[in-house]
Design a protein around this ligand. Structure first.
Ligand code: NAG
Length: 184
């Protein structure tokens, strides 16, 4: 949260879009996919995603998010979300993803949930709201506040098994808890 407010002061002074927690999550998830490439896969590469045009749920794809800066990711997310609302996404905007991030924190305020995989993707990360919690110290008057967020990973067992899923979660946790490491 500290890094995010620093980055947002920079964004404000340069006229850039605000970086959301979700943008950081997308970046961390993409870097974790690079670290655990078994998760960057799908069950069949001939599968065509069927997306309803009327009221269906679109899942737009941010390509090469591991190589993009947070400001670029923030831009693309806002742009794709806007076009999804206007029903103007093109097939190339939502085809070919291998992994989804579903965030019901923020305005939804959901603490924790399980997300359903978008076939043929390998997995989906359910992200709950970031909330302040008290961390007890050693004495009665010794405590700290910190922000916590619950995430839940669903994996398609035909593509990823539990051990690989655990490795992915470890990589993701490493990045999101030490966001400076995403610069490396
Ligand atoms: C995931 O795989 C695709 C296709 O092989 C590749 O282009 C992309 O760079 C990979 N992404 C990550 C995060 O490693």
């Amino acid at each position: 949260m500290g890094l995010r407010s620093q980055l947002n002061s920079l964004q404000e002074s340069s006229g850039g879009k605000r970086i959301s927690v979700n943008d950081l999550v997308i970046k961390a998830a993409a870097l974790a996919l690079r670290k655990v490439p078994q998760c960057n896969s799908s069950w069949t590469d001939n599968y065509i995603l069927a997306v309803q045009t009327d009221n269906g749920l679109y899942v737009p794809v941010i390509r090469d998010a591991d190589k993009k800066g947070l400001s670029k990711i923030a831009d693309e997310v806002k742009n794709l979300a806007q076009r999804a609302r206007e029903n103007s996404l093109k097939p190339e905007d939502y085809e070919g993803g291998t992994f989804t991030v579903s965030n019901l924190g923020g305005p939804f305020g959901i603490k924790q949930f399980c997300a359903i995989i978008n076939p043929p993707q390998s997995g989906i990360l359910a992200v709950g709201s970031a909330e302040k919690r008290v961390i007890p110290g050693s004495g009665p008057d010794d405590f700290q506040f910190a922000s916590f967020m619950t995430i839940t990973l669903s994996c398609d067992h035909r593509v990823i098994d539990g051990a690989v899923g655990a490795e992915w979660l470890k990589a993701f946790k490493g990045y999101i808890e030490n966001p400076e490491s995403m610069l490396l």
